[in-house]
Design a protein around this ligand. Sequence first.
Ligand code: FAD
Length: 486
Amino acid sequence: RIGNPDRIVIIGGGISGLSSAFYLQREAERLGRELAITIVEGAPAFGGKINTLHRDGFVIEKGPDSFLARKLAIIDLAKELGLEDELTTTNPGAKKTYILHRRKLYPMPPGLVLGIPTEIGPFVKTGLLSWGGKLRALLDLVLPARKEQDDESIGGFLERRVGKQVMRRIAEPLLAGIYAGDLKKLSLRATFPQFKASEQKHGSLIRGMRHNRKSGAAAGALPAVAKGGIFLTFKGGLSTLVKALDEALTGVERRLGTKVTEIRKADMAEGAASSAYKDVEGARYEVVLEDGERLQADRIVMTAPAYSAAELLEPLADCRELRAVQYVSVANVVMAFDKATFGLDFDGSGFVVPRSEGLHITACTWTSSKWLHTSPDDKVLLRCYVGRSGDEESVNLPDAELIKAVRKDIEDTMGIKAKPIFTEITRLHRSMPQYPVGHVEQMQQLRARFGQQLPGVWITGAAFDGVGLPDCIRQGKEAAKAILES
Ligand code: FAD
């Protein structure tokens, strides 16, 4: 097929698929190579988990709401799309975050990084922990490092280093915000490799995290826009990024509102897999869509969740590592109020709820206080999170019951009795990938096997190497580079 462009089918139009397409298109242009790229997205619109709603002057995020400023892949992409001026940071007057303990809100002690104390003074003063709990945490400074190099659970690691109390009352509810996970099941290496590195390099998690914090600040490597706060978003919401990517993909074909139902491999050898087909113009794969269309593909970029990817690829290859990535369902309940009747002034960005509190909500973001652009001045916006690993029943409560349960929780924790002007419920079933212990090695094995059995198929996205938006963009960029180099 000399002279014919490589046919690349990207499965999934979330941030991973869109970034893969963007960097494939851009790099191909730079190298003067012709590609025929098609994105297939099952939903009627691009964005995947990203979903911003504009309602009555509010900017409401129904999926992710922001991203970590220090992870630069997303800032680089925003710059390339001309969106730098659209970036905005958290309200500097709302830096405090609270943790619920025995139905009382305690401010997070200053210096806590991902739940790990890096300043001893404020840590020993907090009312969140008993003296025994604090002393146990400080034992980390003298406990020897674990010699074994194999992976372990993040929960096991934290218990070993800083004790059960810090793990359960501080670290778990904070980190659960990212994974909605059970820390006893999540891989340390795949989620917080910097914790392990701290133990190995500094002999102590606390010392290592303190060192990282200081050297990070001293390095001053962050661009100006990332220095204003830990988190950033776009003034018009995260869908700004999706829209800009969509507009930038001028040379990319789209198939929206139709799912990939089957992937078939060219029948090149005897005893080919059951889902083999007669190759057309030498294409390696045929991608069959729900609406009956068949796309010829030389390469496939798979960005669907691990369970969907497994369903599509299992007829062609062993996908046990994809099946090992379990997913947790979550929901969020956004409530808008009139400031005049709300009855509380916020001095922070919200609070997280440890499992032991036995509430339906796992966290509550004081959105209008944390992000000033999200609400009219005379209104208040709250976002409550529901569902975590081992506690997903609330997600499926009927709307009225869910709202009742959440309103009871906000009354019990903050004393809020005001009636919302409106409520928006979003259920995200099987949306939070849980990287199991050994995940990094398992993904290496999977990729090596696919390299042999499914040449030209690249798997990328939230199920594989980082769930945050910047990680997904980085993965999309890496996939594009690897494809163009291969
Ligand atoms: P997705 O967004 O899931 O996209 C995959 C796409 O594939 C979907 O659009 C799906 O429809 C499509 N698809 C699946 N199967 C098929 C098929 N067979 N054929 C065609 N299309 C298919 N990250 C942050 O950085 N900051 C946050 O604040 C944050 N908050 C979050 C809050 C929630 C409630 C959730 C669920 C996640 C949050 N995350 C956050 C994580 C982040 O949003 C996701 O990891 C990221 O958006 C995933 O992008 P993706 O493209 O890999 O997957």
